[in-house]
Design a protein around this ligand. Structure first.
Ligand SMILES: CC(=O)N[C@H](C=O)[C@@H](O)[C@H](O)[C@H](O)COP(=O)(O)O
Length: 460
């Protein structure tokens, strides 16, 4: 059987340059190899990565780096080619090329159009092309050894690339994805993928290849939506958090750590500490966290509206934003209180489910009646998040062990324990009740609250 061939046409980040050692990542750690493993025997992934390659510029310092001169023989020599993935744009920012972001995008578009015209496709047809924008170079590159050789403003040109590419490739009808939405250049020189970046790139590329193979249009919002982060199957998400701890990384505008960057680092610390998932608030925080860790995310948007006390993902607007961004599970206030749009959860959730049938949803409840209703309404996970935070549950002891125990015993839905788990002993007690997973927030990620607990003990 002839396997379906994918040519990955790129630069050092496709070749597998390891900025930590100055050498090449081992074979198994390169994204192209991991992509091959993920796609299996039906496909053959060919790595055509060359350090220093750019799209259309003749490099006065090095030989053979101008992609457009090589794409034609390259695709033909691997033909028949099912798909050519072009990921270039990092080297094109070099100061000696004097290219703006727009120029770079024009060059990559020209290269992609040429690639498409090469009759390397199955049955001698043109080649199907996917352009992936690399994650942007970070400003710190300038301070590293590579800074002088690259020249000035490479980070600025790099950041502007995705928007320009998206616009120009749309006109040509060429599929495009911005990997910078999900992946960061985290290596020592701030312009190469580290080992984790390679893993994430393989994950993303698999998703993109499968979507394209299924005939989906990546530029179509409906088809492309799930690509922006929700890259695990429901079953994978479920298993990833089974009997595990999710750490909530949140800081509202009036809290001292309010910053997407800090929440990203909090999530990273939680990951290194052994967390199996992250709960996060707001699209900016979620986006940053996705770049930093590859863990399932329970996403929420806290939004205050006048006339309603419901603030966790209270209306369809917040659900839309989370689906657009892509999170593994969306948590929604599922208390009986009237929502800002005048609906109750009984009215609101069926509309949400109808609009997003494939999305996992968690119900943030405060008492058993709410949990029961949420299970009936078809929520995928039932949480105790709001216990103690509604007027009718105010003052109850947390964690709400009796409530959680009853939820586990009487509901046939997986339960996520959340709210007021303050010590490792309390966490153990909650897990022993048979919950599917447990969320710990303030006790890990709100240092002001932690300090208060210590101070109260010190001066009482
Ligand atoms: C009630 C409410 O708004 N809870 C929020 C829900 O996302 C967060 O502020 C909590 O930190 C989270 O539930 C985790 O709980 P704890 O921080 O107690 O471990």
């Amino acid at each position: 059987m002839d396997r379906k061939r994918i040519v990955c046409f790129g630069d050092s980040n496709t070749w597998g340059y390891d900025a930590g050692t100055g050498g090449r990542f081992p074979y198994e750690e390169r994204w192209t190899t991991m992509l091959q493993e993920k796609l299996g025997q039906e496909w053959e992934v060919i790595s055509e990565g060359l350090s220093g390659r750019n799209a259309v510029c003749e490099d006065p310092l090095f030989e053979g780096l101008k992609g457009i001169d090589y794409i034609h023989p390259c695709l033909l020599s691997h033909s028949p080619v099912e798909l050519a993935i072009i990921m270039l744009g990092t080297n094109d920012t070099k100061e000696r090329f004097s290219m703006t972001s727009r120029n770079i995008a024009m060059g990559i578009t020209r290269l992609a159009v040429k690639a498409r015209s090469v009759k390397a496709g199955p049955d001698g047809t043109g080649t199907t092309v996917l352009v992936v924008c690399p994650p942007p170079i970070q400003a710190e590159y300038a301070e590293t050894e590579i800074g002088d050789a690259m020249g000035r403003d490479c980070d600025i040109k790099s950041i502007g690339l995705a928007g320009n590419l998206s616009e120009l490739l749309k006109i040509e009808g060429i599929p495009f994805f911005d990997s910078g939405k999900l992946i960061e250049m985290r290596s020592v020189d701030h312009m190469h993928l580290d080992a984790d970046g390679h893993r994430k790139m393989a994950h993303l590329m698999e998703e993109l290849v499968r979507k394209m193979a299924a005939g989906k249009n990546l530029n179509d919002k409906e088809d492309g939506r799930q690509l922006s982060g929700n890259m695990r199957t429901k079953q994978e998400v479920h298993e990833a958090i089974r009997n595990k701890v999710v750490v909530s990384c949140q800081a509202l505008a009036d809290e001292p750590l309010h910053s997407a960057f800090i929440m990203g680092r909090m999530a990273y610390a939680a990951f290194l500490g052994g967390a199996s998932g992250i709960r996060a608030n707001s699209v900016v925080d979620i986006r940053e966290i996705k770049k930093t860790v590859d863990l399932p995310i329970i996403g929420i948007i806290k939004q205050d509206y006048e006339g309603s006390d419901v603030y966790i993902t209270p209306t369809m607007k917040e659900v839309d934003a989370l689906c657009e961004e892509g999170v593994d599970i969306i948590a929604i206030d599922a208390t009986i209180r009237v929502r800002p749009d005048g609906m109750t959860i009984k009215e609101a959730f069926p509309l949400i489910r109808a609009k997003y049938p494939d999305q996992l949803f968690m119900a943030d409840c405060s008492d058993f009646e709410e949990a029961k209703l949420a299970a009936e309404l078809g929520f995928d996970y039932i949480g105790s998040t709001m216990a103690g935070y509604t007027p009718y549950t105010e003052g109850r002891e947390l964690p709400a062990l009796d409530l959680i125990e009853r939820m586990v015993r009487e509901l046939d839905k997986p339960v996520i324990a959340e709210g007021g788990i303050s010590t490792p002993e309390e966490l153990r007690a909650v897990l022993d009740l048979g919950v599917h997973s447990a969320v710990v927030g303030s006790a890990i990620t709100r240092p002001m609250e932690i300090t208060k607990r210590f101070i109260a003990a010190a001066y009482k």
